[in-house]
Structure formats: structure tokens, C-alpha cells
Design a protein around this ligand. Structure first.
Ligand SMILES: Nc1ncnc2c1ncn2[C@@H]1O[C@H](COP(=O)(O)OP(=O)(O)OP(=O)(O)O)[C@@H](O)[C@H]1O
Ligand SMILES: [Mg+2]
Length: 481
């Protein structure tokens, strides 16, 4: 056990950690914070939900001079929602030191951002496209940045972002400290990473498996056309607190969301074609529990930290095994329990084996649930509610009415009627989804080999066209920006 105190952190940072309820360090924090404080470049790899944000956030804040109002630290993250979340965590960590982080991302008014950049923010957390816009327009000054972080580093150095990242790093002083973090780090990407860093120290938290133990992992083998009924039945049986359902494309996400709503679930979709306002409002409703199922493309696969997410469903299995690790990592965070269920069609079995090979963990088989099981699942939800009410409420005011009912009616019938009233009886209204091609290993590998770095055409680039880069990018990658 390592305490934050023993790492030699300053008082204001310790006070923030105390207020945040962080008592001990997580392993990645214990291993990387001392190195980063020494000024070393670090590549940090640790499982999802194990506190990588604070692992880079704490040393960065320690190095900031809060009396200056120039940008001294830069974090680059792949999605807008993640940039916002990381800025929020840094603001909590930096609260008592007086260090402030500003998120900068596409889909937000440029003018407003330019004004915000003039305020006192010593750290900027940005998505690559919008950050480059500011660099090109000279509306951001990075000349005094001494610490640069790539969160989700393997994604940032992947074909979609690599050129942008190189351009961004060129505008930061060379004598900077560079920190790279992710739960996955394929070797090819680690090699690219090393070229951007100075003698990086690689810290890989030793774990038998790449995914955390507290996520139970299952797969259901079924036919494409069985998937939707299987999903709603599983939702009825497993009764998640909050669930994320991943679909392969934006269209898929829209269709799934409609289908789930038709069957009475509080579901909303999120993907890269929605306006930023819509993306934010959907995510906020989900965080508050007003939406119980978030249907998403991989735009929500990385980094998002919503502690109440109890279940992740891969309605479509992801193309890359790494993506599987990140998707299921949206549950089981900070030591909590979670379940991940992946739908696999017969032809996708090989893809499942690739995933198991990467994660070093066997995924357990689950049978396709029957409609009867789903109904029993729904009844169980009602039973649980009834028992909880019995335990936690004062029911005296109801005793007289209950007594009268019991004298006139059969107790079994009464309880059954109460349960029926409380049970959401779900009819399986037919829902049709457009077809998708199954993922085959051969295709996945072929695509990987074929991937070319995304080239921006600077001449055609139009800074005034809102969101132009992200839109192009989304089309290519199925919804990320
Ligand atoms: N030392 C700690 N003690 C208690 N909670 C912590 C500690 N460090 C981080 N947390 C909390 O754990 C949760 C997960 O942290 P974080 O989002 O940084 O994980 P991560 O490793 O970046 O995951 P991912 O790979 O999915 O991005 C957050 O809610 C964070 O506030
Ligand atoms: Mg993270």
C-alpha cells in the first residue's frame, strides 16, 4: 500500500486528493508519479478504470507555477467528452493549488474558446483537430508548455491521428516532458511513441490479464437476426443500473436506439454525427440516470468514467481486440463490479479467439435467453422492489387496508396481483434492423494492413466550416472525433 503522502506531494494537492476521497494510490499511480516528478518521459500502461488520469494529472499539477497565467501543461485526448472529463478531474486535483484546466474541443464556438483561452488556465485539455485549428490561427500559445500528455496514447498515435499529433508536438518546446497513457499499447504503436519521446521509461502494471478481474465476461453465440430480441431479454433478466450498448455504425446506433425505445426502454444514442449539444445532453442524462441505456459507437469506448455503469453489451463485436478492452472497461471501474456480454455470430468466432488471446482471459458462454426467462427476470425486478420497500419503509399506514384485503381474499392471489401491477410486461414488438456484415478475422487483419495514415489536405481545409475535419474523420472511423 502506498499513500499519496509518501510520494512527497505538496500540501494543496494532498488536500484535493483527500477531498476527492482518494486514500491510497493505485498501482499505476504509485509507479509513474515518482518517475514523472523526476522529469522522466513515461509510457504508462494499466487496466481500464485504474486511475491513469490522476497518474499524469498529479505530477503535471505539481510542476505548474500557479502564479503565472500562461499554458504550461497540455493533454491531448481522442474525444470531446473525454477532454471535458479529464479537464474536470484535473480541476478537482488542482483546486487547492489554484491550477485550472480548460477543455478545448470541436463543435464549440471558436470565438468563445478564444476568449476562454485568454483567461488564466495553466493546463489545456484538447482534442487534436480543434487544437490544430487554434495552433494554425495562432489563437493558442504553447511556447511555455513543459509537460505534454497523450491520453489514450495508442489511439492518438493510430492512423487517424498520428499526423495531427506530430504537428501538435512540433509546436511545443523540445525540452518538454512527454507522458503517454493507455490500457492498451500494441508494439508497433509503442515503437512510434518512442520516437516522439526522450528515453521513455515504460511502466506496465503487472497483471495476469489485460482486463480487470471484476468484470465478468460472457459471449452469446447467435444469428444476426436473433440479436435484438436477445438484447432486450438480457436487459430484462440482468436489469442493469446503467448499461452501454455498442453498435458498429452510426446507423446501427440510431436503429438500436429506436428499437429499444419502442420496447419501452429509456435509451438514447451517441455518435459522431450528432451536434455537440446533443452529445452532451445525452451523456448528462445518462450520468444522472434519466437515460438507463446509452447506445454508442466507439466514440464512447475510451476513457469515459461513469461509475454506475454495471453492464456493457457488444451488440456488434468490435473490429480490433484493443477496442474490446476499452469498451468493456466502461464498467468495473475503480474496483466496482461489472458484466460484459458480447454477441457473436458463428462467423465471428475467430474474432473472439483473437480477443481472448490479447486479454489472456477466457470469455464464458451464455445461452440465448428465452422469452420466459425474460418475463421471470422482469418479475424478479418487481419482487426485489417489493422486498426493498418492506425493509426500508414504515408501512403502518397501510396495515389496515392490507388487513381488510387479507380477510376478504386469498393471500397468494393478492401478492400475485401486486407483483403483476409492478411488473413491466414487455411485448416483443417486432423490430427490424438493417443488415451488417459480420467481422471476419481475415477482413480485420486485411483492413489493418491496408490502413493508411489519414492525410489532411491543407489547401482544401476551411477553418470556418464548422467541424469539417471531425466530420470527415467520423465518416472514416465510424463516429469518433
Ligand atoms: N487512488 C484512487 N483512489 C480512489 N479512486 C481513484 C483513485 N484514482 C482514481 N480514482 C477514480 O477511479 C476512477 C477511474 O479513474 P480513471 O478514469 O483515471 O481511469 P483510467 O485508468 O484512465 O481508465 P481508462 O483506461 O478507461 O481511461 C475515477 O472515477 C477516478 O476518480
Ligand atoms: Mg483514462
Amino acid at each position: 500500500m502506498t499513500t499519496f503522502y509518501s510520494l512527497g506531494l505538496t500540501k494543496p494537492v494532498l488536500k484535493s486528493l483527500d477531498q476527492m476521497g482518494f486514500e491510497e494510490t493505485t498501482p499505476i499511480q504509485a509507479q509513474t508519479i515518482p518517475l514523472a516528478l523526476q522529469g522522466r518521459d513515461v509510457i504508462g500502461q494499466a487496466q481500464t478504470g485504474t486511475g491513469k488520469t490522476a497518474a499524469f494529472g498529479i505530477p503535471m499539477i505539481e510542476k505548474i507555477d500557479q502564479d503565472r497565467n500562461d499554458i504550461q501543461g497540455l493533454v491531448v485526448a481522442p474525444t470531446r467528452e473525454l477532454a471535458i472529463q479529464v479537464a474536470e478531474e484535473i480541476n478537482r486535483l488542482g483546486k487547492f493549488k489554484g491550477v485550472r484546466a480548460l477543455p478545448i474541443y470541436g463543435g464549440q464556438h471558436m470565438d468563445r474558446q478564444i476568449r476562454a483561452l485568454k483567461d488564466q488556465n495553466q493546463i489545456v485539455v484538447a482534442t487534436p483537430g480543434r487544437l490544430l485549428d487554434h495552433i494554425r490561427r495562432r489563437t493558442i500559445k504553447l511556447a511555455n508548455v513543459h509537460t505534454a500528455v497523450l491520453d489514450e496514447a495508442d489511439e492518438m498515435l493510430n492512423m487517424g491521428f498520428i499526423d495531427d499529433i506530430k504537428d501538435i508536438l512540433k509546436s511545443i518546446p523540445e525540452q518538454r516532458q512527454t507522458l503517454l497513457f493507455s490500457a492498451t499499447m500494441p508494439k508497433a504503436i509503442r515503437d512510434i511513441a518512442s520516437t516522439l519521446m526522450k528515453k521513455p521509461e515504460e511502466v506496465k502494471v503487472k497483471a495476469k490479464e489485460m482486463t480487470v478481474e471484476n468484470i465478468e465476461q460472457y459471449f452469446v453465440e447467435l444469428q444476426e437476426r436473433q440479436k435484438f430480441d436477445a438484447l432486450t431479454r438480457l436487459l430484462d433478466i440482468q436489469a442493469p443500473a446503467l448499461a452501454i450498448v455498442f453498435g458498429r455504425t452510426k446507423r446501427r446506433v440510431d436503429e438500436l436506439t429506436d428499437g429499444l425505445q419502442t420496447r419501452g426502454f429509456r435509451a438514447e444514442g451517441i455518435h459522431g454525427d450528432l451536434t455537440q449539444g446533443k452529445r452532451m445532453s445525452v451523456l448528462n442524462k445518462f450520468k444522472q440516470g434519466r437515460v438507463e441505456i446509452l447506445v454508442a459507437t466507439d466514440v464512447a469506448a475510451r476513457g469515459l468514467d461513469i461509475s454506475e455503469v454495471s453492464h456493457v453489451y457488444n451488440f456488434d463485436i468490435p473490429q480490433d481486440p484493443e477496442s474490446y478492452v476499452h469498451r468493456i472497461g466502461r464498467t468495473g471501474r475503480a474496483g466496482r463490479q461489472g458484466k460484459a456480454i458480447s454477441f457473436i455470430t458463428h462467423r465471428e468466432k475467430a474474432q473472439l479467439h483473437l480477443i481472448e488471446k490479447l486479454t489472456k482471459k477466457k470469455v464464458e458462454r451464455l445461452d440465448v435467453p428465452s422469452n420466459d426467462e425474460a418475463q421471470r427476470g422482469q418479475q424478479q425486478v418487481a419482487v426485489d422492489k417489493l422486498l426493498k420497500t418492506m425493509e426500508s419503509s414504515d408501512l403502518k399506514a397501510y396495515h389496515q387496508a392490507a388487513n381488510e384485503l387479507l380477510q376478504q381474499h386469498d393471500s397468494m392471489e393478492l401478492v400475485a396481483a401486486a407483483l403483476k401491477l409492478m411488473t413491466k410486461e414487455r411485448r416483443e414488438t417486432p423490430v427490424r434492423l438493417s443488415g451488417v456484415q459480420p467481422i471476419s478475422v481475415k477482413k480485420a487483419q486485411y483492413d489493418k494492413g491496408k490502413k493508411k495514415p489519414y492525410k489532411r489536405n491543407d489547401k482544401k481545409r476551411d477553418f470556418n466550416r464548422k467541424n469539417s475535419r471531425n466530420r470527415k474523420f467520423n465518416q472514416k472511423r465510424g463516429g469518433r472525433s
